[in-house]
Design a protein around this ligand. Structure first.
Ligand SMILES: [Zn+2]
Length: 93
């Protein structure tokens, strides 16, 4: 199952109108929302490449905007701030 498909299934699990007294339903919805945030970060996003110079790569996370300058060889597969997964395919650096 693809992550996006799992997210669509979980999103349908969130109650639309929950009475204030329905604490277990509200906790369930909160847990689903937390899971959805974690799942979204597993969908790879391409970093925004700002500069490539002398073996270093300067890039920005598309989701949170964190700017990183790294050795191109040891560039990270995940954002150090928001934890999203980077897709480096097709990026030559
Ligand atoms: Zn980020």
């Amino acid at each position: 199952m693809e992550i996006k498909e799992a997210m669509e299934i979980l999103e349908k699990d969130i109650h639309t109108e929950v009475p204030k007294a329905a604490i277990s339903a509200r906790k369930h919805d909160a847990a689903v929302r937390i899971a959805l945030v974690a799942l979204k970060k597993q969908i790879p996003v391409k970093p925004i490449i700002l500069d490539v110079l002398n073996g270093d790569i300067d890039y920005t996370c598309l989701l949170c905007g964190k700017n990183v300058v790294s050795d191109a060889e040891s560039r990270s597969n995940y954002c150090g701030k928001c934890g999203c997964k980077f897709d480096w395919s097709g990026i030559d650096a």
